[in-house]
Design a protein around this ligand. Structure first.
Ligand code: GRF
Length: 200
C-alpha cells in the first residue's frame, strides 16, 4: 500500500511511521505545505520522495487543495496520512479521499478539537488527556475514531511536559493505526471504526 504523509513542521509522527517499517506499507512521498518543514530533511535522508505545496502561493483554500490533491495523486496513494499538517482542508478534498484520509489530533476527542489542546486541557483541569487517530470527515477533528491513547495529567504539568507525554504515545498509536489499515482490518460501520481481531 502506498502511503503519502503530509506534514507542516517537525514531522516526528511521520518519522515514527517511517521507522515502524510496516509490512505492506511503502511511504511513497512526504509532502509539506511549508518549505522550511524540518521533517523534509528526515524523509530525504531516507530516500523518500518529497514535495512542497506552499499554501502561501495560492489565492484561496480551494486552489491550494486542488494543487495539493494533484501532487498527492501523482504518488498513487492508498492512504493519505495527516501528521501535524496544520491546514484545514476543503470538503471537496476530504470527499476525494473519503475512507483513505486519516489524522492524529493531540487530545481525547471529542474533547478539545482545534488548536492549543494541551493548554486547554490544563485550564479545564482534566485528570486524563491524550491523543486520537481518526478518519477525516468534513467536520474538523470529528471523524470516526480508530485508536486513542490516554495519559495522566499531574498538578505540576505545564504545556511542555504534558505535550511531551502525549507525543510519546502519538508515536505508538499512529503507526498502530496505519498497520491496522494496511492489513485491511478496519471498516467503518454506522460511523464507528471496527478493527478485526481487536474489537467487535
Ligand atoms: C502533534 O502533536 C500532532 O498531534 C499535532 O501536531 C503535532 C505535530 O508534531 N497535530 P510532529 O510534526 O508530528 O512532530
Amino acid at each position: 500500500k502506498n502511503l503519502v504523509i503530509l506534514i507542516s513542521g517537525r514531522g516526528s509522527n511521520m518519522e515514527a511511521i517511517v521507522r515502524a517499517a510496516i509490512p505492506g506499507a511503502r511511504v511513497a512521498a512526504v509532502i509539506a505545505n511549508r518549505p522550511d518543514s524540518a521533517g523534509l530533511a528526515f524523509a530525504e535522508s531516507h530516500g523518500i520522495p518529497t514535495a512542497v505545496v506552499d499554501h502561501k502561493l495560492f489565492a484561496d483554500r480551494s486552489s491550494f487543495d486542488k494543487a495539493l490533491a494533484e501532487t498527492i495523486d501523482g504518488f498513487s496513494p492508498d492512504l493519505v496520512v495527516l501528521a501535524g499538517f496544520m491546514r484545514v482542508l476543503t470538503g471537496e478534498f476530504v470527499d476525494h479521499y473519503a475512507g483513505r484520509l486519516i489524522n492524529i489530533h493531540p487530545s481525547l476527542l471529542p474533547s478539545f478539537p482545534g488548536l492549543h489542546t494541551h493548554q486547554r486541557a490544563l485550564e479545564a483541569g482534566v485528570r486524563v488527556h491524550g491523543a486520537t487517530v481518526h478518519y477525516v470527515t468534513a467536520d474538523l477533528d470529528c471523524g470516526p475514531i480508530i485508536i486513542q491513547a490516554v495519559v495522566p495529567v499531574s498538578d505540576t504539568d505545564d504545556e511542555k511536559s504534558l505535550s511531551a507525554r502525549v507525543l510519546r504515545l502519538e508515536h505508538q498509536i499512529y503507526p498502530q493505526a496505519v498497520r491496522w489499515i494496511v492489513e485491511g482490518r478496519t471498516r467503518i460501520d454506522a460511523g464507528r471504526v471496527k478493527v478485526e481481531g481487536v474489537r467487535t
